[in-house]
Design a binder for this molecule. Sequence first.
Ligand SMILES: Cc1ncc(COP(=O)(O)O)c(C=O)c1O
Length: 423
Amino acid sequence: MAIHPHDPCAFPVDALRAQFPALRRAGKFVFFDNAAGAQIPQRVLDAVNLHLLEHNVQRGGRYRQSIAVEQTIARARERVAALVNAQRSEEVAFGMNATSFIRQVSLAIGQMLGGREEIIVTDLDHEANVATWLALERMGAVIRWWHAREDGRLYTDDLQPLLGARTRLVACTLASNAIGSIVDVRSVSALTHAAGGELFVDAVHYGPHGPIDVQALGCDYLVCSGYKIFSPHMGFLWGRHAALRALPTFREQFIPDEPPGKLEAGTFIYENVAGMAAAVDYLASVGRRIGGSDGDVDPETLRRDCREAMLGIQAYERTLSAALLERLKPLGARIYGIADPGRVHDRVPTVCFTLPGRSPAQIVAAAAQADIGIRDGHMYAPRLMQRLGLAADTGAVRVSLAHYNTHAEIDRLAQVLERLCAR
Ligand SMILES: Cc1ncc(COP(=O)(O)O)c(C=O)c1O
């Protein structure tokens, strides 16, 4: 029977949790630090193991195991292309992580500044999408800052005056890994292109929380990290084919100057790419379950199924965000970013806060004692912490949820915080 993707009450959280062996093995432990790495479903583990057991060889050989590696990579490209709605799978490149891809593109852009030397970065972003662009100052780039406002959001009204005939590129996130705010990337893209610049989107944190459609977003480059989207550690870059073709990248003499190969110097971790393909299959299976389709993954409907899954996940996660915000309010929590439970559509379920009279470290230690994993610190966004008036060394507390989390788990955390505040 079809579950309406916008009916969060019908979200099959128990059935999905059962597919994550780590949740079972961890017993009562609550995984609320998903922004630092999500758990992986059994089918992802199986795909990684199968690769290592049967195909752990180099690609490019004429024997069947090597041919299988080539097929695994090709299938993974198709899967990821469907996940982000790429026009063609060659627009997807695999590598170690998101940061190294951002750096790779920034190094290339640094060689293509021409008369457009201005790069716009934000203080909402993870440092990976800031420092990599700041490094271009050595190559003649001029950095302009698109600042988040007091409410922890980026407004395109503030971007507009920064754009002009010298804008080479805007680098911004789709969602903040520290405070969860979503950025209106479609508008950013329209404004950036109207000024003749390009847009680099960091979708690492948004990836597990909603549908990504690179064509609808209208960006030029987008990066994601496997470990946030239910896969092992790896990164992938999507780029508009013409944009990737134009990038001067480092490559060995025998690699053609064509995407994706020109972005994949050296050997990446094939078993983890196999895992990433299986993570997309997992999401597609979630979409099929929600949509009431029979059978497992169907390559023909992969894009639709992934989108359906992410819409269902998004709707369910909004209920988690609202519940968490509601429970924090009576404790006098200062919430950074969107605090209104009525505006959860503008955020992902990543909630950053402080409590009066308790340090972030004390709060996180109390949660750890109760077998709940949350995190304190600057969340790799020290500039944002400063912008929000927080000390970068102590930072704040972050609770980062995923679709396998439950309302009961939020109740458990709230009870721990209530007890701590009552002491
Ligand atoms: C928004 C964002 N961008 C970039 C990164 C860096 O990703 P990676 O560790 O894959 O380089 C992270 C990691 O947490 C992140 O949350």
